[in-house]
Design a protein around this ligand. Sequence first.
Ligand code: G3P
Length: 328
Amino acid sequence: VPAPTEESLVEEPWVIAHRGASAYRPEHTLSSYRLAYRMGADVVEPDLVPTKDGHLVARHENELSGTTDVADRPEFADRRTTKTIDGRSVTGWFSEDFTLKEIKTLRAVERVPDIRPDNTRFDGAFTIPTWEEVVAQWERKTRNPWHRDVKLIPELKHGGYFDSIGLDTEEALAASLEEHGLDGEDAPVIVQSFEPESAREVDERVDTPVVQLIGSGQQELTTPEALDGIAEYADAIGPDMRWVLPIGEDGRAGEPTGLVADAHERDLLVTPYTLRSENGFLPEGYRTGDDPTAYGDYRGYYTAVLRTGVDGVFTDNPDHLRRVRDAC
Ligand code: G3P
């Protein structure tokens, strides 16, 4: 186990349930979020995309066929189309071409059935939640005086693209946060985006904390100069794990990069993504066999990540991260 390189800025690094407890239920369903609460997650993540009529719904992509039964629905066969989104050609069925009423007829399915075959028993059982339903669920969990302090961390997807077709998702989310009284700097909500413009827009609109995500192709956002700029509007960065803890040639965690220390110097929290426990997802050096569905040495990998001093980590397995975090 590597020695700690940096202290977290928070008392205990947050267990952030990535798309809910998505190792155990189809992602972005109320069931997946509910399980995350039960497993003791500190923060629950819905990704958000808009419908044609401007409602925000919880999906990782606006293309719906990877996580719903839309491709099997004859009534929607003629909605299949090809679009260029953020420079990438994508074919399928898109949230912005469906009304909320239509999206509510779809059912969630498991994204990675080869690695998570047990989850397919839930295929068809759950609807696609709206952001408002996610907030209502969170309010139910936290309205009593004995509640555990749990935050929501919604991510706006493709903000610039949706602006270009007349769907202002930043405005829709900001208006909802205001309506729910979640627009203050102490609000238990943190808004994330990979797009600096989108994150800035949210920051200008509400006082709710903001996370600048840093994707695998956005290394330019990890420099000290870039972090100075990010600190002007954001409260945290959410980097791809490679920018915090690269994997060496032996398939195991190498030396931390120093990004955590650089961000902490600027009072930015650091919440990298994503920890997953199956051999099929773990870095090679932590796999314990050839079965991609079996758990590998997730404790070893999760521990190495926590020792970098991060302030929270996104994980599909909130129960595992919580166990490792509490033992560290
Ligand atoms: O928001 C953190 C993490 O979820 C970003 O990656 O692709 O799962 O949205 P992605």
